[in-house]
Write a protein that binds this ligand. Structure first.
Ligand code: FAD
Length: 400
């Protein structure tokens, strides 16, 4: 068994690295620094278009929808390099796997090419004030009215809703059905009358935070729906089957290079820092405790990577993907938190200083990342919920 990449894949990686070196410059980081427009900033859109022109987004998608009918491992390589550069332009984000699997021909023709070239961005509208870990308790309602659906309710933590073109929305369409069976998914244009987006700032809201290797979200949102009228064509998949469409999409979206790198990139950064810097002439790389800790973190990072590669291979081979994404979504975020905590311990008190302090290390990136580390154990399914899924789907235990 050969775990290595093929010569063609190594060549692709080099090509992507070179593209990043030429296009993702310090000037670009400076220009996008501090804005909260994310994927909507003109400069990111322009970069995204260039990446799409190279055929590097949606590589594994069918050609008729703008993809290359290529390998998911190739997509992984592209995403890995862009995620390492701290720029999220390598993937198509949440919702895309569900559209591919459950969309009508018209929906695929409309959304998939737009997601590839960045003209369409989808916010994820699942969580509500009373429905997070217990998502099936959601109350946002969609009621059929003639040929239309009318939506009323509130969504929480709708990251990117302030610049997305559409929201991938889970709503209750049959209040009398068992909880999981009365739910449907809609692809709702964000400019539909009746939608209001309000910011929710996270602990990581530091406009001066250095770009490049940060992770976590500075802004997420609350989104309100008041008599939002949408046509039937916005329904994704069968009515009242949205739970299953959504779960499949979420599961697939939990694996991939960007998610894995969110958790392990800190290891690469700190290893480089420790090798290149010293404290008053004393290299931390000579401290046995630091060396031991870094070796331990690096080994765990390799486990994260292998878990990701396993999931990718299963999907690539058309196999059944059940608990693997959940297992990864436990191990990797917990590794990311451990790494961030270990780094600030290794760096001592200066490691906790944020950008703006003259004594901050690397512009406060490690302190900033420590604050953001905890998000990944909660968003996209908390580690507690993921553990329960591993117990049920991986170990065959009954629902608790
Ligand atoms: C930065 C950020 C971005 C996000 N972006 C999005 C987004 O774009 N779209 C979206 O829809 N959602 C998003 N979320 C929401 C996220 O998916 C929820 O926060 C998550 O599902 C937990 O829900 P909750 O916050 O309501 O916490 P709760 O459901 O109240 O849970 C609180 C804690 O209790 C634990 N818990 C709850 N029930 C159980 C149980 N039965 N057994 C064991 N432990 C349990 C949970 O695991 C969690 O640790 C985001 C969250 C964050 C923090």
């Amino acid at each position: 068994m050969d775990f290595g990449f093929s010569p063609e894949q190594e060549a692709l990686r080099q090509e992507v690295k070179q593209f990043i070196e030429e296009n993702v410059t310090p000037e670009l980081y400076a220009e996008i620094g501090g804005d909260d427009e994310g994927g909507a900033s003109p400069i990111i859109k322009e970069l995204r278009r260039k990446v799409a022109d190279r055929g590097w987004v949606g590589i594994s998608w069918p050609k008729e929808y703008g993809g290359q009918a290529g390998s998911r491992i190739d997509q992984y390589i592209v995403e890995e390099e862009f995620a390492r550069a701290g720029i999220g332009v390598g993937g198509a984000g949440s919702g895309a796997p569900a559209i591919l699997a459950a969309g009508t021909e018209e929906q695929k023709q409309y959304f998939l090419p737009g997601l590839i070239n960045g003209e369409i961005t989808l916010a994820l509208g699942f969580t509500e004030p009373q429905a997070g870990a217990d998502l099936a308790g959601l109350q946002c309602q969609a009621v059929k009215d003639g040929d239309d659906w009318v939506i009323n309710g509130q969504k929480m933590y709708t990251s990117s809703a302030h610049y997305s073109t559409h929201i991938y929305l889970m709503a209750r369409t049959d209040p009398d059905a068992p909880r999981h069976r009365g739910i449907s998914i809609f692809l709702v244009p964000m400019d539909t009358p009746g939608i209001t987006v309000r910011p929710l700032w996270t602990i990581q809201n530091n406009p001066q935070a250095p770009r490049g290797t940060t992770y976590g979200t500075a802004r997420t949102n609350e989104t309100f729906f008041e008599d939002v009228r949408i046509p039937e064509s916005c329904l994704l998949g069968e009515v009242n089957r949205g739970w299953y469409v959504g779960a499949m999409g979420l599961n697939l979206d939990r694996v991939g290079a960007s998610r894995y790198l969110i958790s392990v990139q800190r290891d690469e950064d700190i290893i480089n820092w420790v090798k290149e810097n010293d404290f008053d002439g004393r290299s931390p790389a000579e401290d046995p405790a630091v060396r031991d800790k870094l070796a331990e973190l690096w080994i765990e990072a390799q486990v994260c990577r292998l878990m990701t590669m396993r999931s990718m291979s299963i999907v690539e081979a058309g196999g059944e993907f059940t608990y693997e994404g959940s297992a990864e979504k436990v191990f990797a975020p917990e590794h990311g938190v451990k790494t961030s905590e270990s780094i600030t311990q290794m760096l001592g008190p200066y490691g906790s200083l944020l950008n703006g302090s003259p004594s901050a290390i690397s512009d406060g990136i490690y302190a900033h990342n420590l604050m953001g580390a905890f998000q990944s154990g909660i968003n996209h399914g908390s580690v507690q919920v993921m553990r329960d899924q591993v117990a049920r789907r991986g170990l065959g235990m009954q629902r608790a």
